[in-house]
Design a protein around this ligand. Structure first.
Ligand code: NAG
Ligand code: NAG
Ligand code: NAG
Ligand code: NAG
Length: 377
């Protein structure tokens, strides 16, 4: 090859690289800032800072990337955007997948109303009937491990499944939101309306609302009427030897849990888990299964008193930042990584090790440049 041709090729290569680096299209993707800040808040629990370093590097490459049509394999969990002019690559979607999984961990480590109920039962039994408890005091831990409590154990198993499914709904919803950054630069204006709100499909909203409703109902049913009474009576039968005292514990516990304490409702005709608060504060939904935060700190307090109602309404007032639209995106994206979600979060292991920060496109271009240089000199 003549040196002139090689130099011309070199020049073309340099221009391509420079063009790719100075492209503004990916850097102005309207969902970039929202997604980046969501990812950063999700990975903030990684105290080593490794995830943050990778995230910064990947979003920097994203900003400098040249949009190109990507295959479903390239886009991994975000494959809904395959074929669009996307700025994502396989590493940023791995980051997104792991960041979404991270949503579940802090939620699973919190006690649900079921665990709170167990704690409150133990506290009340010891307080009201200490004289009638053999081998007392009774502890929540002992109750949870007592295989002789067959109904209670069945309940423990079923509520664990509900808690896990609720967390999976939240990670899927989070993943769907994060994946929107992979939408094509040519399509994104169809996905965001003039008010800057994300357009989301009714189907994906329904999937989220349905999953969260199911979990809420599952927990609400624990505390309703005869079923709840039967649960308390089983515990009383096992731990309290005096019928009159047992009856006072039953009344007391029923009073504490008087009203339906878990409702996927904002008290104003809407859901707490709406499916349209995509990037905004969704804390009222995320803490749904925990019930009243003050439940254990004051057992005599009635749930959903006026104060609680007010608190929930304020908390739930985070404005929806998405609208349902047939041409919108799906905000419900499941992933095989969700199989690590367990009841208490201890099995959830997010790993950013396999997230590489070297962009394959830049490497390819650089390799081509090096081989041309080798030929030229
Ligand atoms: C618990 O609630 C009762 C009745 O509402 C109240 O008198 C008491 O001060 C509360 N205790 C705590 C520790 O908040
Ligand atoms: C723990 O996580 C792995 C995946 O990382 C999963 O295959 C397994 O079923 C999980 N175990 C439990 C008890 O949830
Ligand atoms: C979580 O549950 C597993 C088994 O279900 C148990 O081995 C582990 O100790 C629990 N972790 C915490 C933090 O409670
Ligand atoms: C990371 O990649 C290696 C090699 O491909 C694989 O064996 C390992 O399971 C992966 N780890 C995770 C957490 O995906």
């Amino acid at each position: 090859m003549s040196k002139t041709i090689i130099l011309a090729l070199l020049l073309a290569q340099i221009i391509t690289l420079a063009f790719a680096a100075s492209s503004v299209t990916c850097g102005t993707h309207p969902l970039l800032n929202k997604v980046q800040s969501s990812v950063n808040s999700l990975i903030a629990t990684d105290t080593s800072g490794k995830a943050k370093t990778k995230s910064d590097a990947l979003f920097k490459s994203f900003t400098n990337a040249k949009p190109s049509s990507k295959s479903a394999a390239d886009l991994g969990v975000c494959s809904a955007y395959a074929g669009q002019n996307s700025c994502c690559d396989k590493n940023i979607v791995k980051l997104i997948d792991q960041a979404a999984l991270q949503k579940a961990k802090p939620i699973q480590t919190k006690s649900t109303v079921f665990q709170k109920f167990t704690n409150i039962y133990a506290a009340q039994a010891n307080k009201l009937c200490s004289k009638y408890i053999t081998n007392g005091p009774v502890t929540a831990d002992a109750i949870l491990k007592n295989a002789a409590l067959t109904s209670f154990q069945a309940l423990k198993t079923s509520q664990a499944t509900c808690k896990i499914n609720f967390a999976k709904a939240l990670t899927s919803f989070t993943r769907g939101a994060l994946c929107t950054v992979c939408s094509g630069v040519d399509k994104v204006n169809d996905y965001v309306n003039a008010q800057g709100q994300l357009k989301v499909t009714q189907d994906s909203v329904n999937q989220f609302v349905s999953a969260t409703d199911t979990a809420a109902t599952c927990f609400a049913n624990i505390f309703t009427g005869d079923a709840f009474k039967a649960t308390i009576n089983e515990l009383n039968g096992k731990y309290i030897s005096d019928a009159t005292c047992a009856s006072s514990v039953l009344t007391k516990i029923q009073t504490v849990f008087t009203n339906k304490i878990i409702q996927n409702s904002d008290g104003n005709g809407g859901k707490l888990c709406k499916g349209t608060t995509v990037f905004g504060n969704n804390a009222a939904c995320e803490s749904l299964l925990q019930g009243d935060a003050n439940l254990e700190s004051n057992n005599s307090r009635l749930l959903r008193s006026e104060d609680d109602e007010m608190f929930r309404l304020l908390d739930a007032s985070a404005a929806p930042d998405a609208v349902v639209d047939p041409s919108g995106v799906s905000v419900y994206t499941t992933s095989s990584t969700d199989s690590s979600i367990d009841e208490n979060g201890s099995n959830i292991s997010t790993s950013f090790d396999n997230v590489s920060t070297t962009s394959s496109e830049i490497i390819k271009a650089a390799l081509a440049l090096i081989s041309l240089l080798a030929l030229a000199f």
